[in-house]
Design a protein around this ligand. Structure first.
Ligand code: C5P
Length: 420
């Protein structure tokens, strides 16, 4: 009994961890089960998720925006594409903001409109515009649930990759007993957490490096760069959530390592090289997200440099190229590099892919308005021999999950024998 209770506690804790920091867009449509959405919002917020509620016209007949606003801590968005709200966060931005879209309860009418690809209210438009996973929790009277029309709509949505949570059997608000009850909020929260655990890197050993390096000039000064480490940390977390055993070698950053990731902190390019080469021997996949300094001072002063002369000339020397060294190992892991370019992104990225002997390169244009260093958002194009894929500007943690899915695809395409 005690073991079972412990296991349940651990599963709850793991689910809370998966939901922490996730951006959940919750659509509430017209069903008596809408009252349970309030509890769902509370549970998701307690797990550390951000929740944005979008209420359909039918939904607002069953629950007030004020209730959902108070629980979510955000103004609830209403049925229509109205100019004022669109100016604040339009339906496209809402769709991009969301890590996942869950419609709970999803009425028979809403499922029919979703299956048709309608975009005539805000929630339907967001569902159509979102690249993120979409899930529905149907809730309706037993008869409506059993109608061939409803079943066909559901089958069509499931075939398009929409996750269907429930419904459950039991006593219904209309007094009938049967299938059509919305799943309980705690179960829906667990279902949602499960969407972030794709398993695409199950059993794969992943090594990630992240952050800048610091190259000392004297005991108190160093050369470094503006890398925040965010992209690398987000990739480490996404790889861990995809089932990988992750080791993170990190330069000095202000971030805490993700849960269940082994993290080793280093300062210089030389220390990063040693730590990475040490771990690379047992890694299946190496993601080089670190902004390793290209040059370091040739000489490090033993004492603090004095400002005695009006000019000071520093002599710099190249640091080792860690990524190229890993890619040149006798049995290298699958290697993923990053390329920050200011011009001719594809040309330079493809040249780097070939010169360093990489399997895949993630390129972004820096210096413009497209995110990159220090920013919360990023837009990238990924190149590999014979292919390319672009990702629009989005939050780095969301981008990291999409990148991990693509990296896993390419990794499994190269290592089919390792798939079970
Ligand atoms: O050649 P460039 O610095 O643009 O290449 C960037 C890629 O190479 C990144 O993945 C970065 O982590 C890696 N790199 C490295 N060691 C260096 C310089 C860059 O591993 N000294």
């Amino acid at each position: 009994m005690k073991d079972e209770a412990n296991e349940a506690d651990e599963a709850n804790e793991a689910n809370r961890e998966r939901l922490r920091g996730k951006r959940i867009l919750l659509g509430v449509t017209g069903s008596i089960a809408a009252y349970k959405s309030a509890e769902l919002v509370r549970l998701l917020r307690a797990a550390g998720a951000e929740v944005q509620v979008v209420l359909s016209r039918g939904g607002s007949a069953f629950i007030t925006p004020l209730t959902l606003q108070a629980l979510s801590g955000r103004p609830v968005r209403h049925q229509h594409l109205d100019p004022d709200s669109e100016a604040a966060m339009g339906h496209i931005e809402l769709a991009r903001w969301a890590d996942v879209v869950l419609v709970a309860p999803a009425s028979a009418d809403f499922l029919a409109r979703l299956a048709q690809g309608r975009a005539d209210d805000l929630l339907a438009a967001v569902c159509l515009a979102s690249e993120s996973p979409l899930a529905v929790a149907p809730a309706m009277n037993r008869q409506m649930w059993e109608q061939p029309a409803t079943r066909e709509n559901l089958a069509c949505l499931a075939a398009r990759g929409v996750s269907v949570f429930g419904p459950e059997s039991g006593e219904q608000a209309c007094g009938e007993v049967g299938e059509g009850r919305m799943r309980e909020p705690a179960m829906l929260a667990a279902d949602l957490a499960g969407l972030f655990e794709s398993g695409v890197l199950q059993g794969v050993r992943v090594l990630v490096n992240a952050g800048p390096t610091r190259e000392p000039l004297d005991p108190v000064r160093f050369l470094s760069n503006r890398s925040s480490g965010r992209m690398g940390y987000a990739l480490a977390r996404a790889a861990q959530e995809a089932g990988a055993a992750v080791t993170l070698v990190s330069g000095p950053v202000a971030l805490s390592p993700p849960e269940r990731v082994v993290c080793q902190r280093v300062e210089t390019a030389e220390e990063m090289r040693a730590a990475v080469l040490d771990a690379a021997g047992v890694a299946d996949l190496f993601i080089a997200a670190a902004a390793v300094a290209d040059y370091r001072p040739r000489q490090v002063a033993g004492d603090k440099l004095k400002k005695s002369s009006p000019r000071l000339t520093l002599e710099l020397e190249r640091t080792p190229d860690i990524l190229a060294e890993v890619a040149a190992l006798a049995a290298p892991p699958f290697t993923v590099g990053f390329a920050a370019e200011t011009t001719n992104v594809e040309h330079y990225a493809r040249a780097k892919l070939a010169a360093k002997g990489l399997d895949l390169i993630v390129a972004n244009q820096v210096g413009g308005t497209q995110g990159g260093f220090e920013a919360q958002d990023n837009a990238v194009t990924v190149y590999w021999p014979g292919g390319a894929k672009s990702f629009p500007l989005m939050a780095k943690d969301k981008l990291a999950r999409l990148l991990v899915t693509l990296i896993a695809e390419r990794y499994h395409a190269k290592n089919p024998a390792q798939d079970s």
